[in-house]
Design a protein around this ligand. Structure first.
Ligand code: GCW
Length: 693
């Protein structure tokens, strides 16, 4: 039994805490011998904090995996050493071997290369900057963690986006909005003097996947974070994260000048307000010279913003942008807006408000757009703003925390969802204008690019509540680095680093991960249904009328089931939301016959007797999808149970119990939704669908 944080926690697995940085001892002896023949020691060039972190990580990970003492030198003395150091610290001979490779990478990129110096072979890990070396070290370790060859290495890799950032929706009282993994990691009460080991482990984990920014606070912001009392705590965290290449950002409450500044207004056109923000920015940068900037939720769900003063998003964002610009800061201005005054179709509002602002933002503003136009549903078509703003950089906002996907109870591998969105073709600049190409800046040549993920991390012993939710943090980071990666590769890597390299484990569990996303769509919201989760908390089914006043918070607003059919008509004859897409895409979504069935009820109100492509009526097809989701979870349970011998007993049991709950709840979803919708369809359940017990 281990005592941690004053809680006695029998069954707590250290492995859970170590995430994908397990560095398990290699069991394949041949492979181990091969690795050892290339790794006789480490040569550390340079003496910065980042380089010593990289050196320590490399040494201890190699010692764990290879069960051998690995010595660290500061000169190239031993053969077969792993040489690590940034470009400027390499000696002339080594520099020559990587000179041309260095032209292939950007400032955060790295080179891993097998080289020969004086007839002696080495592996050099370098980059233009030291953070690149750190990323290179993690990438090299991943080769060993995943049992890949380290012969004749010649890797040049760079991140494809500039801002790869976690958004913590953490409040100052340590509650976490939509957080299901305990309380906030940030112990504000003990900061700045008490630095928890967790902060360092958090930074390590993020650096290992290339995350380079963190917004510490909730977008539903509290102005107090900007007071000196809190800023000294933020500074302490920034100091911990800096050597790991991670910048700190904060959320800016738009009304802060009133709340903590004593001004009468927060009008962005008021000179005193603008000056207050300028002074505030300066105060922050004095403490934190590499402070990243602000993330802002304005005029959305009751948050204050420029519209309170008759101004618009551009006025608000530019005023803040001017305050941070002298210090190199950015403003990430969220496009998640909708108002009860225009409840005709919430899906249209962000595009309607933001598209006309294109080209009007300052250069250091990036508009942060959720992946879909409603809100982090199990499936949404891509947000119509992607590709629609040609002169404004847009960054992606994914939600890693599973607000609408069964919290941290359900196993859902999100990289599959992320990949689907990223690969969607916006057609905004012709065929092939994928969302990825919009956010990596390749289509419109944007100066700033980025991907944000709403974190699923809390102070739970396993960080994310569900051991498999760690894969979503990992996968987010990997995709932020390279949005072209496919989710199978990510699943494969994560499983090998986190559990085992045994093929008999990897093959079925990888399949389970890949299937898990479609399973949740099937048992929650098949065929384009959306936002039918129970009101407020969003856990479990709740397609029925809620008691909330705002129409667009009511699930019936989204499914519109009646005796004629079900679904939200966003076609030309409906709300015409389809027109916000490029014409090539709009025409496909607009027509019932061409609209992909996975998005059918998102765009159309469809009769219960409508014939789906497989010949089933809509009602039967929908019922069968709900049943299929349940069956898929049953299959996941079976797969997991068969993997017992490959997994430590703590994690095995945790996941087993969670899958049991998921199975129960998949049936709950099926029964609740089908019984509810049956009142409208008036039809029997088809053969193959279990009757509710
Ligand atoms: O998904 C919704 C959530 C809110 C959240 C909001 C947002 C931070 O239900 O809890 O508030 O989105 O993204 O701003």
């Amino acid at each position: 039994m281990i005592l941690l944080l004053g809680i006695s926690w029998s069954g707590f697995s250290q492995k859970d805490y170590k995430l994908w940085l397990q560095y398990n001892t290699l069991t394949n002896l041949d492979l181990k011998a091969k690795y050892l023949s290339h790794i006789k020691g480490i040569t550390l060039l340079g003496n910065s904090e980042t380089i010593s972190i990289a050196g320590n990580e490399l040494q201890s990970a190699l010692e764990d995996m290879l069960e051998k003492k690995i010595t660290v030198n500061t000169k190239l003395e031993v053969f077969q050493s792993i040489v690590i150091g940034s470009k400027t610290h390499l000696n002339a001979e080594i520099q020559k071997t990587v000179e041309s490779d260095l032209n292939l990478i950007n400032d955060e990129g790295f080179i891993i290369k097998s080289i020969v110096i004086n007839n002696k072979s080495h592996i050099v890990i370098t980059g233009k900057k030291e953070v690149g070396v750190l990323y290179g070290v993690y990438s090299f370790l991943r080769l060993i963690q995943t049992n890949k060859s380290i012969e004749k290495l010649n890797i040049a890799d760079s991140p494809k986006t500039n801002i790869r950032i976690l958004n913590h929706w953490d409040n100052l009282d340590r509650t976490v909005e939509r957080g299901y993994a305990g309380f906030s990691l940030w112990n504000w009460q003990k900061l700045p003097d008490f630095i928890e080991q967790r902060y360092i482990d958090y930074a390590r984990a993020n650096a290992s996947i290339g995350i380079n920014g963190t917004v510490l606070t909730n977008v539903n912001a509290n102005a107090l974070i900007l007071t000196p009392q809190y800023l000294e705590k933020v500074e302490a965290l920034a100091n911990v994260f800096r050597p790991y290449g991670i910048k700190v950002y904060l959320t800016a409450r738009f009304s802060a000048p009133i709340e903590i500044g004593g001004l009468k207004t927060a009008d962005p056109k008021d000179a005193d307000v603008a000056n207050w923000w300028k002074a505030k920015a300066k105060e922050i940068y004095v403490r934190i010279p590499d402070f990243g900037g602000f993330l802002v939720k304005a005029n959305s769900e009751g948050q204050p913003g420029p519209q309170n003063y008759g101004r618009n998003h551009v006025d608000g964002a530019n005023m803040l942008a001017d305050a941070v610009a002298p210090f190199g800061g950015v403003i990430m201005w969220r496009a998640f807006v909708y108002s009860e005054h225009d409840a005709n179709d919430r899906a249209k509002q962000a595009h309607a408000e933001f598209q006309p602002c294109d080209g009007k933002f300052r250069e250091n503003v990036i508009v942060q757009v959720k992946n879909g136009a409603i809100d982090f549903q199990p499936r949404e078509p891509f947000h119509p703003l992607f590709g629609a703003m040609t002169k404004t950089p847009l960054m992606m906002e994914f939600q890693i925390t599973q607000e609408y996907l069964g919290f941290s109870t359900h196993l859902v591998f999100l990289p599959k969802l992320f990949q689907e969105v990223l690969e969607s073709d916006t057609y905004q600049k012709g065929k092939g204008s994928t969302v990825t190409k919009v956010i990596d800046g390749s289509i419109y040549k944007n100066k700033i690019t980025g991907i944000a993920g709403v974190a699923n991390i809390g102070n739970d012993l396993n960080w994310t509540g569900h051991p498999f939710a760690q894969a979503n943090w990992y996968g987010f980071g990997r995709l932020a680095w390279n949005p072209y990666l496919d989710s199978e590769t990510i699943a494969d890597e994560w499983l090998r680093c986190t559990f085992s390299n045994d093929k008999k484990f990897i093959a079925p569990i990888k399949e389970m991960l890949i299937q898990s996303r479609e399973a949740v769509v099937n048992y929650m919201t098949p065929l384009g249904l959306h936002h039918i989760m129970d009101t407020g908390h969003h856990y479990g089914p709740g397609p029925w009328v809620s008691n909330l006043s705002r129409p667009e918070w009511n699930p019936v607003y989204y499914h519109k089931a009646d005796k004629n059919g079900i679904g939200f008509d966003r076609s030309k004859s409906g709300t015409n939301a389809v027109s916000q897409y490029a014409p090539e895409v709009a025409v496909i979504f607009d027509k019932l016959e061409t609209c992909p069935e996975k998005d059918l009820l998102w765009f159309h109100h469809v009769s219960w007797d409508y014939k789906l492509k497989d010949g089933h009526t809509l009602w039967d097809g929908m019922a069968l999808k709900y049943q299929q989701g349940v069956n898929q979870v049953a299959a996941m349970q079976k797969t997991w149970n068969a993997s017992e011998k490959y997994v430590d007993s703590e994690r095995f049991k945790e996941v087993q119990m969670l899958l049991n709950i998921q199975y129960k709840e998949a049936k709950w979803w099926r029964d609740a939704c089908l019984l509810y919708f049956q009142q409208f369809s008036g039809k029997e359940l088809p053969i193959g669908v279990e009757k509710p017990s």
